[in-house]
Design a protein around this ligand. Structure first.
Ligand SMILES: [Zn+2]
Length: 478
């Protein structure tokens, strides 16, 4: 079955046909690094990770670029609040440190730590806007050559009425625009659409670069176009973001890129819906604003958070609740427990026809669901159904080692997309195993005090012991 995505631009599902056969080129808008990313940001990044992983499972040779926005209005404001001296020029062709790094570098490091905790895979490139100034300047010059810009007080603006395609992504109607009205801020609402800024002239107290365009700094929108076109080509396959990026950010990216290149900038636009917390809009003032760090400090496992995000389809609004998080943890544990039970199957034998059918059907259906615009809830439901059926066979002793291995491969295959199974049992697990052995020895020696002590100690770590005829089994409990 072919891979299909819902394209925001055409408002329908389309078969994925990459610009170069066998390759997939993906651009995702990255974080603005002036604070920690929140759980709503991570909803988008986790969706993009599922997309990236599924493209790889489908065999595409993937190049994924995620930018780091490290010069932008909010970063400059934050730096100024912290008393960082910004009012100095930077050479345009420079990788040398700049004063803004003092704000952006610790948050960039934090972003990578957070995404790794959520098992978000490394993109192939993480370009930083401040290290892209010469290429941004080149792109602005090409846009100027297309005669769709004008200058005012040293800043360069894109004239949206000169771009016949303006509105193609968001459905914005150009005739509503007040002629000549312009906007300097990077973020604004659709009903405030005006000519947007490509290059902001130097302002007192702000960071600037000395370039052919004069002293100043790039606007936010042009950063993404320059980095995407440089690393993926002027026309590439997939561009993602959260739904709040559709207007103005992505609309502006299309306008400026296509005016410069005369080519289609991006074939498929994918956007995730917003996230609410306990049914409410997330806001610092409502006390329901969570960074990933807020949640891990409360003791929540980041991989359970990942599963809570992945369980919902990316185009449905996600209501993030603590009950939902608990349910995600339980569902995830069912898979882990099944894999542990499968390891303990000892009865040798061939794979039966009925088991073969069970696995092949599940495998095919999971792939069909994920191919259908990444229908994660349906794919996960199929894995749960498979787990139930296999558990039933284990309970009744109707399973052989070869079958157990096949079921494990099925779960491990699709975990390449979901990324939630426990990997190696690891050194912590070795410690647990050795405690279990010590407890068995204690019981043999009738040292019940020590045996109970070990059981309590493990219980405190959330490890549940089950004594069976075959020996002691353990699992992680709540
Ligand atoms: Zn962007």
């Amino acid at each position: 079955m072919s891979l299909k995505f819902f394209n925001t631009k055409s408002r329908k599902k389309e078969t994925f046909e990459p610009t170069e056969p066998g390759k997939a080129k993906l651009y995702t808008c990255g974080p603005t690094v002036y604070n920690y990313a929140h759980i709503g940001n991570f909803r988008t990044y986790v969706f993009e990770d599922v997309l990236r992983r599924h493209l790889k499972v489908k065999g595409f040779d993937l190049t994924h670029v995620m930018n780091i926005t490290d010069v932008e209005d909010k970063i400059i404001k934050r730096a100024a609040e912290q008393g960082i001296e910004l009012n100095q020029g930077n050479g345009s062709d420079s990788n040398a440190p700049i004063p803004l790094d003092e704000i952006t570098e610790p948050y960039t490091t934090a972003f990578h730590e957070d995404r790794k905790a959520l098992r978000i895979e490394d993109a192939e490139h993480y370009p930083r806007a401040t290290r892209y100034i010469p290429k941004i300047v080149d792109l602005i010059k090409r846009i100027q050559a297309a005669d769709v810009t004008y200058e005012s007080e040293g800043s360069i603006y894109f004239s949206i009425k000169k771009c016949p395609n303006y509105g193609c992504l968001s459905g914005f109607k150009i005739d509503e625009v007040v002629s000549g009205a312009r906007v300097d801020s990077d973020e604004y609402e659709k009903d405030d659409a005006r000519d947007f800024v490509l290059w902001k002239s130097r302002k007192e107290g702000e960071v600037y670069w000395e370039t052919e365009l004069g002293e100043g700094r790039p606007g936010w929108h042009i950063e993404c176009s320059a980095m995407a076109m440089d690393l993926l080509g002027e026309s590439f396959d997939i561009h993602c973001g959260g739904e709040d990026n559709i207007f103005p950010h992505h609309e502006n990216e299309i306008a400026q890129s296509e005016c410069a290149s005369n080519m289609q900038f991006v074939k498929y636009w994918l956007h995730s819906r917003h996230l609410r917390v306990e049914g409410e809009k997330m806001a610092k003032s409502s006390g329901n604003f969570f960074t990933l760090r807020d949640l891990t400090e409360k003791g929540y496992d980041p991989v359970n958070i990942r599963f809570a995000l992945v369980r919902q389809h990316y185009r449905d609004p996600l209501n993030f609740t603590f009950d939902g998080l608990k349910a995600a943890a339980e569902e995830r544990r069912r898979w882990t427990d099944l894999l542990i039970r499968l390891e303990e199957v000892t009865s040798e034998g061939e794979v039966s026809e009925s088991m073969k059918t069970l696995i092949e059907t599940a495998d095919r259906q999971i792939e069909e669901h994920l191919d259908d615009d990444l229908a994660t809830p349906q794919a996960i439901a199929r894995l749960h159904e498979t787990a139930t059926a296999v558990n039933r066979r284990i309970d009744s002793g109707e399973i052989q080692t070869a079958e157990a291995a096949e079921v494990q491969s099925l779960f491990k295959k699709w975990d390449r997309v979901f990324g939630v199974l426990d990997e190696e049992r690891g050194s912590l697990d070795e410690e647990i195993e050795s405690l279990i052995q010590e407890r068995l020895d204690a019981r043999k020696n009738k040292n019940y005090a020590r045996s109970d002590e070990i059981r309590d100690q493990l219980q405190a770590q959330g490890i549940i012991l089950e004594d069976t005829a075959q020996g002691t089994r353990w699992k992680r409990g709540s």
